[in-house]
Ligand binder design. Structure first.
Ligand SMILES: *Cc1c(COP(=O)(O)O)cnc(C)c1O
Length: 361
């Protein structure tokens, strides 16, 4: 089979080396004569998998001991509910920074639990979309926490400035941002991420939470969403998605082998710079996002002539470039270039875009 490059937004591309390793050991994992999927999560062998996964993630993101890591289910959307149920405590409100589709969805869900405040930070100036910096956010004094999303996967918007609020708990939806660049964990009370963007297969959700925030779940919070219970049971209160956990662990090891987050961060910049360069040097492709707020993970662009959309998708696919169709609420195209996308794949896309422009522009 010819090799292709997969630009899907999620579930998304995984490192080839990781897939080869999983394939190689699929039927006989760890010399047990069966696959990792077929053993109990309580075995010594599986315990090793999760211990290493946690340690590698701690190393990669420099996570201090004062933070716990939980491996949960229910996806990022599950956390849209779990967060208010665990962190509201006796507060009646929380601040929701609204920068696009996902942060707005988190806000809407939170309204089931409290009278949350919707803080719009997405603005337009000279036809360019930009986001207000954390220092410009109009947060309230009476909120339990501030929720935000540093990378809006659908809108292609990013906020690179980390929020620094001394006396506020900052909660971040890092689903498509985690492990793409280095962050200062100490600035956050909790960050969470569904795995299927930049970590592993779907089915597992990673939560990094400051220890002192555990133990305040509301009485009606389902046990599987209660951080205290999940923590006490070492993320095994119910049967965990063992294969997704194992594969995520392999991705962490792969990331370390690539040189860690600093190296990945440089490469991610190089990859996104190349595509934005093609877009900015043409009158054929359009991206109206302020340079400071452009996502390095999800590059969103429109064709000058939307009649060409279908032809672009058809021809790019023939070129071996898959899943470039934008989300239906935004339209146009979206190239998701997570950590696992090699520079070569981005080069191929850039080459195709130039070729296509020449042909139809
Ligand atoms: C994909 C995504 C979600 C939804 O994740 P699920 O795991 O499907 O619930 C939420 N937030 C962001 C930023 C995402 O990219």
């Amino acid at each position: 089979m010819n090799s292709i490059y997969n630009f899907s937004a999620g579930p998304a591309i995984l490192p080839k080396d990781v897939l080869y390793k999983a394939q190689k050991e699929l039927k006989n994992w760890n010399n047990l004569g069966c696959s990792v999927m077929e053993i109990s999560h309580r075995t010594e062998e599986f315990h090793q998998v999760i211990t290493e996964a946690e340690k590698d993630l701690r190393d990669l993101l420099n996570i201090p001991d004062t933070y716990k890591i939980l491996f949960c289910q229910g996806g990022a959307r599950g956390q849209f509910s779990a967060i208010p149920m665990n962190l509201l405590r006796n507060f009646l409100t929380a601040d929701y920074i609204n920068s696009g589709y996902w942060s707005n969805s988190a806000f809407l869900e939170s309204k089931k639990y409290c009278n949350s405040k919707n803080i719009l930070i997405r603005k337009t100036k000279n036809n360019k979309t930009y986001l207000l910096k954390p220092s410009q956010w109009n947060v309230s004094d009476i909120s339990a926490y501030i929720h935000y999303c540093p990378n809006e996967t659908i809108d292609g918007l990013s906020l690179y400035e980390e929020p620094s609020f001394k006396d506020k708990i900052v909660v971040g939806d890092f689903s498509s941002f985690i492990l793409s660049r280095s962050i200062d964990i100490n600035k956050y009370g909790l960050i969470y991420a569904g795995a299927q963007k930049n970590i592993g297969p779907s089915g597992i959700t990673i939560i990094i939470i400051r220890q002192d925030l555990i133990g305040y779940a509301s009485r009606l919070c389902p046990s599987i969403f209660d951080y205290n219970i999940m923590n006490k049971y070492n993320s095994m209160f119910n049967t965990p998605p063992t294969f997704a956990w194992y594969l995520s662990g392999l991705v962490f090891k792969w990331l370390k082998k690539q040189g860690g987050i600093k190296k990945i961060e440089q490469l991610n910049k190089k990859k996104s710079d190349l595509l934005y360069h093609v877009i900015d040097n043409s009158n054929f492709y359009i991206n109206n996002i302020n340079k400071k707020n452009r996502s390095q993970m999800n590059i969103v662009f429109h064709l000058f002539d939307s009649e060409l959309n279908q032809i672009f998708l058809k021809e790019s696919k023939k070129f071996g470039l898959y899943a470039l169709k934008g989300h239906f609420i935004v339209g146009g195209m979206r190239a998701s270039i997570y950590n696992a996308m090699p520079f070569e794949g981005v080069k191929q896309l850039a080459k195709f875009m130039l070729f296509f422009e020449k042909k139809y522009g």
